[in-house]
Write a new protein. Structure first.
Length: 400
């Protein structure tokens, strides 16, 4: 599913094919040589094992810690399939549905300011959609609205495949699902929910979504590599890994490059561009409670089972994935209970995994999108195993 692969391939494994060269970003960083060398090998093996099959040329990793130790930042391959510049830790990616947490936190901050309530219904904020008037904001954010997804509609996919550089307005994106019947109020992933959430942000703040991102997150957190096209610096596209799609839903562009900044189709559902450095900075603020008051932080982490659609307090091996408000809690078979999200556009995949006991964050990215057989969660599991094998302090519980 484009813009979300949080339910696909949530398993962990090891790849074992011989490697190739890579570069390590930020020479001033000096993490443990032995663990870094092992992680380099993991990236090399993954690129050799999956790069041709999934048509990606670059794979990036960042590991960050709760204390002051330097981050580990490494990248393998090149920014373009079959050539291009060596990939480094400064490469930018389309982070896909990792963007959803930005949207949900905007609404939670507006709630904390008394400008709206997550119990508000769409009829109050978006009366132009009368068929959805009784859906609440929280149902949008928790994917329990029953509103169909525009990215699953054949008309949208046909239009995007015809010209990926098309500028899609919110109105045009909504036109692909207007008039479709409302489904049951159960968990069902729909990117339409987060376009509607974006619209409510703009109505309640009397500002653009992009400006709200800049004012509330990008500038205060120093996310200098993060932007929402078209409001990106002039050199952004040149710093990105070329996106490739192996989706059968885009037959004209199968294994072909896509426009790096062609993200008007995603917007508040998954339109952000960022570096892994910025994204892990954001994730640490997100899970660390720096962005929200306690009440809204609890709302952010309130879970609905992705299996049963029922509210749950936590996840288990039998019910392993819970969707919060733009975040996912997952009972990882290797890493234990983690906060986890893999975002995917038509051309990139970016995954982060936050380990609550230690505060360690693992983030990985590649420059292609795939259909069903996504192994990026395998790479995250491999990184965790490598850190564990080196008895890395990064995985030790934090002292209280």
């Amino acid at each position: 599913m484009v813009l979300a692969t949080v339910t696909a391939a949530l398993v962990s494994g090891m790849t074992t094919v011989s490697g190739r060269g890579l570069g390590v970003a930020n020479a001033e960083e000096r993490p443990s040589r032995s663990v870094t060398a092992s992680l380099r090998s993991d990236l090399e093996k993954y690129l050799d094992a999956q790069g041709t099959k999934d048509h990606f040329s670059a794979v990036s990793l960042r590991v960050t810690y709760a204390d002051q130790r330097p981050d580990i930042s490494a990248s393998a391959g090149t920014t373009r399939y079959g050539g291009g510049r060596p990939a480094t830790g400064k490469v930018l990616y389309q982070i896909g549905s990792n963007s959803k947490a930005f949207t949900s936190v905007l609404l939670l901050q507006l709630e904390a300011e008394g400008k709206l309530s997550l119990r508000d219904k769409l009829g109050k904020w978006l009366p132009q959609y009368p068929a959805w008037r009784d859906v609440t904001i929280k149902q949008l954010l928790s994917m329990t609205s029953g509103i169909p997804g525009y990215t699953e509609q054949s008309a949208f996919l046909k239009d995007f495949d015809a010209d990926p550089s098309t500028h899609f307005t919110l109105e045009r994106l909504m036109s692909y699902v207007e008039g479709l019947p409302l489904g049951p109020a159960k968990y069902e992933y729909s990117n339409t929910n987060y376009l509607l959430a974006q619209m409510i942000v703009e109505r309640a703040s009397h500002d653009t979504y992009s400006d709200q991102l800049a004012e509330r997150f990008i500038e205060p957190l120093g996310l200098n590599d993060t932007c929402l096209p078209p409001d990106c610096p002039p050199d952004t596209a040149s710093r990105m890994a070329t996106p490739y799609s192996t989706h059968s839903v885009l037959p004209k562009h199968f294994n072909k490059p896509l426009p790096p900044l062609g993200l008007s189709w995603a917007q508040g559902a998954g339109g952000l561009v960022s570096s892994l450095k910025d994204m892990t900075t954001w994730d640490r603020a997100l899970y660390g409670g720096r962005l929200l008051p306690a009440a809204q932080q609890r709302e952010l982490k309130s879970l609905v089972s992705m299996k049963t659609s029922k509210p749950i307090k936590t996840v288990t091996a039998d019910d392993p994935a819970g969707f919060g408000l733009g975040v996912v809690k997952y009972a990882h078979p290797v890493a234990g209970t983690v906060w986890f999200y893999e975002g995917a556009t038509f051309g990139h995949r970016v995954l982060h995994m936050y380990l609550p006991k230690s505060g360690t964050i693992i983030a990985v990215a590649v420059n292609s999108a795939v259909g069903e057989d996504d192994t990026l969660p395998d790479l995250a599991g491999t990184v965790y195993k490598t850190l564990s094998a080196h008895k890395a302090k990064a995985l030790a519980p934090r002292q209280r």
